[in-house]
Design a protein around this ligand. Structure first.
Ligand SMILES: *Cc1c(COP(=O)(O)O)cnc(C)c1O
Length: 417
């Protein structure tokens, strides 16, 4: 459908709500109940918990669910050695330790990335080397690896962020040539798919989709999160996929202290297992809603952003938060912070992106390779829309667009008051 037509339809359908005073200025919230509930296999989770409570297996250290989840992951990611952890943050730290990173080593990461990745490099005694991101795509620029060339560089952390994905094949080749361990931070995106399969009309029901799940990660070590806001959640938890016996041995030495030091419990493993099974169906739903919202966003902003073109490439990853590029000038100078506050008052789970790491840490804590201008821009301009906003019906997606339209139409007033 022609998008201008879509927006004018939305305008018409929600006219009375769009013209109301914004909630942050005292009007009624568009979504007083907040975003739709997250997509979860609730019945299966409830059944699993009920079954577990009939016995005491949930109350022990090793009751079978932990081992079962490891087995599920080993099957899903052939050739990998899964280790379950207490969080995604710890999964990254353990990935660094498994890679043998320690004092005197350097680790490359994007200057626009999750804060804990930077802290984890410091936690293992190594020096973060910050590199720039690809313009308007907020993922690490492989050119940074060339700029940072030094024999001290032992690993590179690259993250899937806000639905965008780094150039993995290029990163892999560059890392292999330099014997640098590539750590894939998949905490936001536990799965990847051929995009035509995930979105295309040629999908024949679930079975075709399921059979395609398992486009494999590229990183030599991969980290997942099952944290409380993520697409797969146990409230807390994570996993790391290792590739070699040596990595496993290093990790065992660190985490096995007479007992497991960073454990995932039986109950956590039990609620995570059914979520992997339906992930592809959820991802398809979220992406379809996201594509519509992105198109409306571009229309609202009067331009097409580079980031929104990248999904046409060969694969898509699970959607945790949809990244949107925001330029205040296009919204009459309305600051990003004010827009976010106004959106949240309407009940829309919109947030600012990360702060650029070089702008929030002392330069004594890191080295940087090359210019970090695009990372700075990402730190200023990225918005993230939480996946619950993409989890509802098509009608809910139309409401998301209506909220954005409402905010745009009141931008002057929001800025003034
Ligand atoms: C959430 C997240 C993590 C950490 O996961 P937790 O389970 O919340 O500790 C790491 N990296 C990225 C990119 C994330 O989004």
């Amino acid at each position: 459908m022609n998008q201008s037509k879509l927006l004018s339809e939305i305008r018409q359908q929600f006219e009375s709500q769009i013209t109301q005073v914004p909630a942050i200025l005292g009007g009624p919230a568009f979504w007083p109940q907040g975003a739709p509930a997250r997509l979860l296999p609730r019945n299966e989770i409830a059944d699993q918990i009920a079954r577990a409570l009939q016995g005491d297996q949930w109350a022990v250290y090793e009751g079978g669910e932990h081992a079962g989840l490891r087995e599920d992951l080993a099957q899903r990611f052939p050739g990998r050695r899964p280790v379950l952890t207490s969080s995604g943050t710890v999964a990254i730290e353990l990935a660094l330790r498994a890679a043998g990173v320690g004092p005197g080593d350097e680790v490359l990461l994007a200057a626009y990335d999750f804060e804990a990745n930077f802290k984890n490099v410091l936690a293992v005694g190594a020096l973060p080397v910050l590199v720039d991101v690809v313009p308007e795509c907020w993922t690490i620029d492989p050119l940074g690896l060339e700029a940072a060339d030094s024999p001290r560089v032992k690993a590179l952390i690259a993250s899937h962020l806000h639905g965008q994905t780094p150039d993995w094949l290029r990163l892999r080749d560059l890392c292999q040539a330099r014997e640098v361990v590539l750590i894939e931070d998949a905490c936001q995106s536990p799965a990847r798919y051929a995009s035509c399969e995930l979105l295309g009309a040629e999908i024949n029901g679930e079975s075709a989709l399921q059979s395609h799940v398992g486009e494999q990660p590229v990183g030599e070590i991969v980290a997942f999160s099952f944290g409380g806001s993520k697409p797969i959640t146990a409230g807390r938890g994570g996993a790391v996929l290792l590739s070699t016996e040596r990595q496993e041995a290093r990790l065992r030495l660190y985490t096995q202290r007479g007992n497991e030091a960073y454990p995932l419990s039986e109950l956590q493993a039990l609620v995570v297992r059914p979520q992997w099974r339906i992930l592809a169906t959820q991802d398809r739903h979220r992406w379809r809603q996201a594509m519509t919202i992105e198109a409306a966003w571009d229309e609202l902003c009067g331009q097409r952003h580079v980031s929104n073109d990248r999904h046409d490439e060969s694969f898509l990853v699970s959607l945790y938060k949809l990244g949107l590029w925001y330029e205040p000038e296009i919204w009459g100078g309305l600051s990003r912070a004010r827009l976010v506050a106004a959106a949240r008052a309407e009940g829309l789970p919109l947030a600012e992106g990360f702060q650029a790491l070089h702008e929030t840490h002392s330069s004594k804590r890191y080295r940087h390779a090359g210019d970090l201008v695009h990372a700075s821009a990402a730190g200023r301009n990225v918005l993230q829309l939480h996946h619950t906003a993409l989890s509802g019906s098509e009608e809910a997606t139309r409401e998301v667009m209506a909220i954005l339209l409402k905010l745009k139409e009141h931008a002057d007033q929001l800025q003034r008051d």
